[in-house]
Ligand binder design. Structure first.
Ligand SMILES: C[S@@+](CC[C@H](N)C(=O)[O-])C[C@H]1O[C@@H](n2cnc3c(N)ncnc32)[C@H](O)[C@@H]1O
Length: 364
């Protein structure tokens, strides 16, 4: 998965061909309309207020795709809340050089307070503000695990007779066992069928560790599709969550369209919460994207459409875009985890617009 997505020459995310949205293989919320970024910007403004308007307030976006989200947030705040905008420093951490180039075309660093950084270029405990990611964690290479008789094995890939072939062997890292134990998952139990397959995302925890290292005070907002550990490792989910996206169709075969298709796996939010607790991060809230956006004013935008003097075709398109962002079977069902570091009790307990509604179920 690492080679398929990130090989410097042939990897999906490294190639110039990668496009997100209608011309690509999948949509993300920022690629649908500006509403997601604008409403998210309102939440960021509230974070700034809760923290006592720190200067600078640094927003660190990790895995910024084509840079659309950053541009929307900065444009919106410049127009709607210039006093906040004047205090913003926007940092982007991006693995793909070709996407970084696209980002720099979209968010002109001469016009916006934006900088691209590598983790090692950020001083430890220097950030006061918020780390944001939208669909980063699902794009991280994972370890695939299989129940093979009474044993658990890792699935590796080799080349045999010119063809890609899966082989099973012992775990490549002790951390896989530790991860399952931490999530209170015992795949050797009888309820898990033979050949049960699933994933372990160790890199998501490494990223959280890096964030914790750089964050002095503030928030971590993770938006992605996923489940809690109980649902993720449910015995009935026997094929795991690995999915490939090619020209807006999804399937489960990572060995075709190699380097030309996206490969993802769902996010285990329990793991992020548990490891966060070990680091001393507080879980401030968890919600679903639909509820988050409704709390920040998406309902008003929908309602306002009927008063807008726009063409019927345009009205229809706007309405569909807003509905897509809150569709519970799609983007609206995404999880949004908010963690905090070094917040006072008052700051932790301050109600936040995006987290006023608690989710009654996780996305399926
Ligand atoms: C599915 S795309 C999401 C893009 C964007 N956030 C959006 O919502 O449209 C995943 C992004 O994460 C980047 N990425 C993957 N692994 C990364 C890592 N370890 N550090 C930083 N960026 C990474 C990819 O290059 C890509 O920009």
């Amino acid at each position: 998965m690492n080679m398929c997505l990130y090989d410097k020459q042939y990897g999906y995310y490294s190639s110039k061909a990668i496009a997100i949205g209608t011309d690509g293989d999948f949509f993300t919320s920022p690629s649908i309309s500006a509403d997601f970024g604008e409403l998210l910007a309102r939440q960021l403004e509230e974070f700034w207020q809760v923290l006592g308007q720190p200067k600078p307030f640094t927003l660190v976006e990790m895995g910024a795709g084509e840079g659309i989200l950053g541009k929307i947030i900065l444009d919106y705040l410049q127009k709607e809340n210039n006093s906040f905008y004047q205090n913003i420093q926007y940092l982007i951490i991006e693995k793909s050089n070709s996407l970084k180039e696209k980002q720099q075309q979209i968010i002109n660093p001469e016009k916006y307070p934006v900088l691209w950084k590598k983790w090692q270029e950020i001083e430890s405990e220097s950030i006061v503000g918020c780390f944001i990611s939208n669909e980063l964690m699902d794009a991280l290479p994972i370890h695939r695990i299989v129940k093979h008789g009474d044993e658990l094995k890792e699935i590796f890939v080799t080349v045999n007779d010119g063809k890609l072939e899966e082989i099973y062997d012992n775990f490549s890292s002790n951390k896989i066992e530790e991860y399952l134990t931490m999530n209170q998952v015992d795949l050797t139990e009888d309820s898990y069928p033979n050949n049960y397959q699933t994933e372990v995302n160790l890199l998501s925890l490494e990223i959280l560790e890096k964030i914790n290292h750089k964050l002095q005070r503030g928030y971590i907002l993770t938006v992605d599709y996923g489940y809690d550990a109980h649902k993720y490792y449910h015995p009935q989910r026997y094929e795991g969550t690995l999915k490939c996206y090619y020209q807006h169709r999804h399937h489960h075969n990572p060995y075709v369209n190699v380097g030309c298709q996206d490969i993802t796996s769902h996010v285990n939010f329990t793991a992020l919460e548990k490891v966060g607790e070990i680091f001393g991060l507080d879980k401030i809230g968890f919600t679903q994207q639909a509820l988050f956006l409704m709390g920040l004013g998406l309902g008003d935008r929908l309602y306002g459409l009927s008063n807008d003097k726009i063409l019927l075709s345009e009205l229809w398109q706007r309405r569909n875009q807003l509905h897509e962002l809150i569709n519970p079977q799609g983007l609206g069902g995404f999880g949004i985890l908010l963690q905090g570091k070094n917040l006072s009790d008052r700051e932790k307990e301050t109600p936040l617009k995006g987290f006023t509604h608690s989710p009654f179920s996780m996305a399926l």
